[in-house]
Design a protein around this ligand. Structure first.
Ligand code: FRU
Length: 466
């Protein structure tokens, strides 16, 4: 496959050279480089028989394309090498655990699919040797996937998402001494909502003294501002000990409140917990497919836990290396119904804004991003009537419409907005909320405009980096 047009192709987010990608896989630091693998269909802009694509980096900012790491080739993974994770073994080699997927194991039964956990090992982090299946669960043959492996003291642990025989979404735990032989170690978590029929991509890790369980829940129904995507990735904070179930102490909260986010995975390196997500289009189709590609990953986000149980996620500081200069403006007032252009043409950059909510009277204010002469823009701002930060695609001429909103509190509001050629990531108040959005501007210059509707807006600080 080849790219036909680069108008929306990311200039700094991880994407495949062409073709379809979904989940981040196998995140690790190995042999002096960061490695990011991803679900990849190199022959089409649609999901299909999954491979593991691969990029690596020395700094989490500049990515080098590597050869495809895994492709369907053995009986266990004949219809796809699905999601999974990597760890560095005691022998210094890289162990990749992934789900081997087969659509139909019994020619007479259309529902007879099979998912097993497979292992492939690499000496150089680039070329992998397959060892076939290391874990099966005959009780849950159809939904049993996405092994996430880590070491807990002397014990290797693996969480796997599964559907119980009663059709409930569960996270199962397995343990091992040698990464080759795995033993059942109970159910870590079963989702309390009976509509949730599968928990994809589970991730269980310690963060700032607590345990966090992330998963991508299939079947959750929308309720208010929550659960608005077709499937929803989020987290619980609680306590956990090896041999015991996870005990949540918070409600399920989304990892990202945007339209385009799913299947996050994290890894730890030098004391930092870093998470990537898939800026998903899921089943809805995406405008970039006509250009020969589909899907990209979010920026690497450093996770931390606030005392009230909110998981903060912010781009790792290395991402600032993307920009050559920053232009800062001091406080100003946007007058009622003013439209103030702050950049004539900015396809890629980072915009940081601090607003004084107490001193602002506007009903709604914010920025129109990726504004093009055909009238296209994506709005990111604050709605004083609901007390929410809003990302609104009403002005988006290509792709999907609709808006997303999340409550914020306090007298001041900080937005950090990362613009790439075909996407926007928004971080609110140091990462208490994030929004990932695909965005498809028209031809020509791409402007940024500050707006203030029906009242004034007090901008305390504005910095534009490019
Ligand atoms: C999540 C997911 C995983 C699976 C992979 C297949 O998006 O459905 O559960 O392993 O994608 O591509």
């Amino acid at each position: 496959m080849e790219l036909k047009d680069k108008r929306w192709y990311p200039s700094y987010h991880v994407a495949a050279p062409a073709g379809w990608i979904n989940d981040p896989n196998g995140l690790c630091y190995f042999d002096g480089r960061y490695h990011v693998f991803f679900q990849y269909h190199p022959h089409s802009v649609e999901w299909g028989p999954m491979h593991w694509g691969h990029v690596s980096s020395s700094d989490l900012v500049t990515w080098r394309h590597e050869p495809i790491a895994l492709a369907p080739s053995i009986e266990e993974d004949r219809d796809g090498c699905w999601s999974g994770s990597c760890v560095v073994g005691d022998d210094g080699r890289l162990y990749a655990f992934y789900t081997g997927h087969c659509w139909r194991t019994d020619p007479n039964d259309p529902n007879s699919r099979r998912q097993v956990q497979c292992l492939a090992v690499s000496d150089d982090g680039i070329h992998f040797q397959k060892h076939g299946s290391v874990l099966e669960n005959p009780q849950c043959p159809t939904h049993f996937r996405d092994p996430k492996v880590w070491r807990e003291g002397e014990t290797w642990c693996m969480v796997v998402g599964q559907q119980s025989p009663e059709r409930r979404g569960q996270v199962a735990l397995y343990t091992s001494d040698d990464l080759l032989h795995w033993n059942q170690a109970g159910i870590v978590y079963e989702h309390p909502d009976a509509n949730v029929y599968m928990l994809e991509c589970p991730d269980l890790f310690e963060l700032d003294g607590k345990w966090v369980l992330c998963f991508s829940a299939m079947g959750m129904r929308p309720s208010g501002y929550m659960g608005r995507n077709q499937h929803n990735a989020g987290y619980l904070v609680g306590s956990w000990k090896l041999g015991e179930p996870f005990v949540p102490q918070t409600e399920f909260a989304p990892c990202d409140a945007g339209h385009n986010y799913y299947a996050p995975q994290s890894f730890e390196h030098e004391g930092r917990r870093i998470q990537f997500g898939w800026m998903s289009s899921f089943h809805m189709g995406a405008a970039e497919q006509e250009d020969g590609w589909c899907g990209q990953l979010t920026l690497p986000r450093k996770l931390s836990l606030r005392d009230d149980g909110v998981m903060l996620s912010m781009p790792v500081p290395e991402c600032a290396m993307l920009w050559e200069h920053a232009q800062a403006q001091d406080s100003s007032e946007v007058t009622a119904n003013e439209e103030r252009v702050i950049a004539d043409d900015l396809a890629c950059g980072c915009l940081e804004l601090t607003f004084d909510l107490a001193a602002s009277s506007a009903e709604r204010f914010g920025v129109k991003l990726h504004g093009t002469t055909d009238g296209n823009y994506l709005f990111v701002g604050y709605d004083a009537q609901t007390g929410c930060v809003v990302v609104d695609r009403q002005g988006c001429l290509r792709g999907h419409r609709g808006y997303r909103a999340a409550h914020v509190y306090g007298d001041s509001l900080r937005l950090q907005i990362w613009l790439d050629r075909g996407s926007i990531e928004v971080f609110v108040n140091d990462g208490e909320v994030a929004f990932s959005e695909m965005s498809y501007p028209g031809d020509g210059p791409r402007s940024i405009t500050l707006t203030s509707e029906q009242g004034i807006t007090k901008v305390e600080k504005l910095t534009l980096s490019k």
